[in-house]
Ligand binder design. Structure first.
Ligand SMILES: *[C@@H]1O[C@H](CO)[C@@H](O)[C@H](O)[C@H]1NC(C)=O
Ligand SMILES: *[C@@H]1O[C@H](CO)[C@@H](O)[C@H](O)[C@H]1NC(C)=O
Length: 233
C-alpha cells in the first residue's frame, strides 16, 4: 500500500505534519465562495475587500481539487443562464497567453489548459466551469466566484513515496541540489506548484525536482526514493 504523505512547509519550521488521506491542511482558510453574481472585475474587488488576495489561483493539483470540491454546488446553480465561477486568470491579448493573476505560468498538465483560446473580441476571464474544466468567459458576464489567499509560508503536495524508483529520461529539472534528507527533498516539492516528482539519491544526497512532462517514467534504482505527486485527475 502506498505511503501517502501530506506535507506542510513553513518558513520557521519544517513540519512533517500528518499522514492523512485527502486532508486539506488549512486550505479551508485560503478559499471562499462568493455567491454574489457579478462581473469579473467586481468579483475581484469583492475578494480584495473581504481580505483575500483576489480571485483564487488554482495553481497546484491540491488547490485545484480543493476548489473543485467546495464549489461544486455553487457552479451547478443556474444563475441567469451562466454556470461556473470566476477564478484568478485572464487572457492576455499582448502576449497571447493565459497567466495566473500573479503573473505565473499555468502548468502544462493543468486540465484543459491547452484549450484556453480567447474567442471573439471581448475580454476573456478565468472560469472554473460546471464540468470542472478551466476555461474562459467574457469578463462582463456575471457569475459567482472563488476568492483566494495566496500561500506565502507553505504549500502542500499530496503524493506517494516510492523507494527504489528513479525517474527516467529526465529532460529538465526545476531545482537540483544537495539536501539533508528525503524529507527535505519532498518539502522542496511542496514549495513549487509545478513540482510533479521529487527524486532523492541517498548516495549523493542530490534532490531533483521535476516539473510536468520532464521525464518519461520510472525505473528501479537501489539508491533512490521518489515522491510522486498526485496530479489533477
Ligand atoms: C526513454 O525514452 C526513449 C525514447 O526517447 C524510450 O524508448 C525509452 O523507453 C524511455 N525509457 C524509459 C525507461 O522510459
Ligand atoms: C548506488 O550507490 C553505490 C555506492 O554506494 C554505487 O556503487 C552504485 O553504482 C549506485 N547505483 C546506481 C544504480 O546508481
Amino acid at each position: 500500500m502506498p505511503f501517502r504523505l501530506l506535507l506542510k512547509f513553513c518558513t520557521a519550521c519544517l513540519v512533517l505534519s500528518a499522514i492523512l488521506e485527502g486532508g486539506e491542511c488549512g486550505m479551508e482558510k485560503n478559499f471562499f465562495i462568493n455567491d454574489q453574481s457579478v462581473n469579473f472585475a467586481v468579483a475581484e474587488q469583492a475578494c480584495l475587500s473581504m481580505g483575500f488576495d483576489g480571485l483564487a489561483l488554482l495553481k497546484s493539483p491540491e488547490e485545484y481539487r480543493y476548489a473543485v470540491k467546495i464549489s461544486t454546488q455553487t457552479r451547478a446553480k443556474i444563475n441567469n443562464r451562466w454556470l461556473g465561477c470566476w477564478i484568478g486568470f485572464r487572457f492576455d491579448e499582448d502576449s497571447y497567453s493565459v497567466p495566473w493573476d500573479d503573473g505565473s505560468v499555468m502548468a502544462v498538465d493543468m486540465p484543459y489548459a491547452q484549450s484556453l483560446m480567447a474567442l471573439g473580441t471581448e475580454r476573456q476571464c478565468g472560469r472554473l466551469r460546471y464540468s470542472d474544466h478551466i476555461g474562459l468567459a467574457k469578463c462582463d458576464e456575471t457569475r459567482m466566484s472563488v476568492c483566494g489567499k495566496r500561500a506565502k509560508t507553505y504549500r502542500e503536495a499530496t503524493g506517494t513515496t516510492n523507494s527504489l524508483l528513479a525517474p527516467t529520461n529526465v529532460t529538465a529539472t526545476l531545482m537540483k541540489g544537495k539536501v539533508a534528507s528525503y524529507t527535505h527533498c519532498v518539502l522542496s516539492c511542496c514549495e513549487l506548484y509545478l513540482c510533479r516528482v521529487a527524486h532523492f539519491d541517498h548516495v549523493t544526497q542530490i534532490c531533483s525536482i521535476l516539473g510536468p512532462e520532464s521525464y518519461s517514467g520510472f525505473q528501479n534504482d537501489p539508491n533512490s526514493t521518489s515522491f510522486i505527486r498526485v496530479t489533477y485527475i
